[in-house]
Design a protein around this ligand. Structure first.
Ligand SMILES: NC(=O)c1ccc[n+]([C@@H]2O[C@H](COP(=O)([O-])OP(=O)(O)OC[C@H]3O[C@@H](n4cnc5c(N)ncnc54)[C@H](O)[C@@H]3O)[C@@H](O)[C@H]2O)c1
Ligand SMILES: O=C(O)C(=O)C[C@@H](O)[C@H](O)[C@H](O)COP(=O)(O)O
Ligand SMILES: [Zn+2]
Length: 359
């Protein structure tokens, strides 16, 4: 078992990473709670909920609730149902929520914890590769049909307990999704890792290698959120690829493409815009080829969709006064945020589509 710590101005919490940790979650909780409420989804619950429950003594006051898996569960309706369940089960301010699942469960359960009776403790128990990102840093949220994560909060967990054994049951497209966020972390802060990530094929990557990347990705994320937990400045860099990525997720319908697949497309677009904006050469073609080889969907954008995408990008939380802001790269490991005028953004989208057509 490996332990890391996230220590910011507002909070400090441990991240435990290891094999089989789901059986012994109680051992990592160093406080007594009146009630423990486990929130999971149907795919994760059917595989791992019993293992988690068995690790608690019978006298512990424990309840659980299973949501349907998928992005559509990050909704105001599911949020309300979970608040109702928490009340029905008698949770109080000395209760704990455990989020057992991927980023959907983590974001939703975390937001329930942030708001139930104005905030109670919660623990992230991530079960996807992508959740190396979502379980650290305390961004919790639900979606609005105007855009991703528009209703949420910054609310740190009291611990992250990452049982990497659970990753063995992840389908390939979910490995693809999580890997895209690690590529993002490489681009913003670790060129060596970025290049090494592209040396692997996802169909044959070894679990031990994935674990090495997971830990390196968590290091990048943890070091950034420690310095800027509430995204006043450098945390924005973790949003590389998300300005277009989130708009694509929304326009396609939540859950139709995975978050990571949308971010992968957003990363390509960000590299394209960066090259034009700063007149530099970045690994655009290298990333494009690797994404193609690893069967990421390369999304086409119709003329009609350009306006809609731009409207969605204006709703992004980085926007200021309705002006789109993007995270760009002056070089790998050198991210900046840039405000982009509408006409220029339209030009960037059009030239991106022309470039993609030639490939
Ligand atoms: N809060 C943050 O900082 C942050 C960071 C990145 C992404 N996110 C959010 O995270 C969400 C995406 O998270 P995700 O990719 O984990 O999606 P997810 O939670 O929907 O999980 C993906 C799919 O895999 C299934 N699954 C989960 N664990 C499994 C396992 N071990 N074995 C088999 N199946 C399993 C789930 O049931 C689901 O069907 C998005 O909503 C995104 O916006 C948040
Ligand atoms: O932790 C962050 O900060 C990130 O931006 C990480 C992203 O990968 C993640 O998708 C996050 O939820 C996006 O945040 P948002 O503020 O753009 O909704
Ligand atoms: Zn993301």
């Amino acid at each position: 078992m490996e332990e890391m710590t996230v220590k910011s101005n507002h909070s400090s919490y441990p991240i435990y990473i290891g094999q089989g940790l789901r059986y012994q979650i109680r051992a990592y909780i160093n406080k007594n709670y009146t009630n423990i409420f486990i929130i999971t989804d149907d795919q994760v619950g059917s595989r791992y909920l019993e293992d988690v429950l068995h690790g608690f003594p019978t006298e512990e006051n424990i309840c659980h609730f299973t949501i349907p898996s998928g992005e559509n569960s990050k909704s105001i309706e599911k949020f309300y149902s979970l608040q109702t369940e928490a009340l029905k089960n008698g949770l109080d301010r000395q209760s704990l929520i455990i989020a057992l699942g991927g980023g959907v469960v983590g974001d939703l359960a975390g937001f329930v914890a942030a708001t139930f009776m104005r905030g109670i403790d919660y623990i992230q128990v991530p079960t996807t590769i992508l959740a190396h990102d979502s379980s650290v840093g305390g961004k919790v949220a639900i979606n609005h049909h105007f855009g991703k994560n528009l209703i949420g909060s910054f609310f740190s967990p009291v611990a992250v307990i990452y049982d990497v054994e659970t990753l063995s049951t992840l389908p390939l497209h979910e490995i693809r999704s999580g890997y895209a966020e690690i590529i993002k972390e490489g681009l913003i802060a670790n060129q060596k890792m970025f290049l090494s990530l592209l040396d692997h094929s996802l169909a044959s990557i070894k679990p031990q290698q994935l674990e090495i990347y997971l830990k390196a990705g968590i290091q990048v994320k943890a070091r950034i959120v420690e310095q800027d937990e509430k995204e006043a400045n450098i945390r924005k860099f973790l949003n590389l690829g998300h300005t277009l990525g989130h708009a694509l997720e929304t326009i396609h319908g939540y859950g139709k493409i995975t978050h990571g697949e949308a971010v992968a497309n957003g990363l390509l677009f960000a590299l394209h815009v960066s090259e034009l904006e700063f007149q530099v050469q970045l690994p655009f073609y290298q990333l494009y080829q690797w994404l193609k080889d690893n069967n990421y969907p390369i999304l086409s954008i119709s003329k009609e969709e350009i306006i809609e995408l731009m409207e969605l990008m204006k709703n992004d939380k980085k926007s200021i006064g309705g002006k789109i802001q993007m995270v760009l790269l002056k070089e790998v490991e050198n991210p900046v945020t840039v405000s982009i005028e509408n006409t220029l953004m339209k030009h960037y989208i059009q030239t991106y589509l022309e470039r993609m057509e030639k490939l």
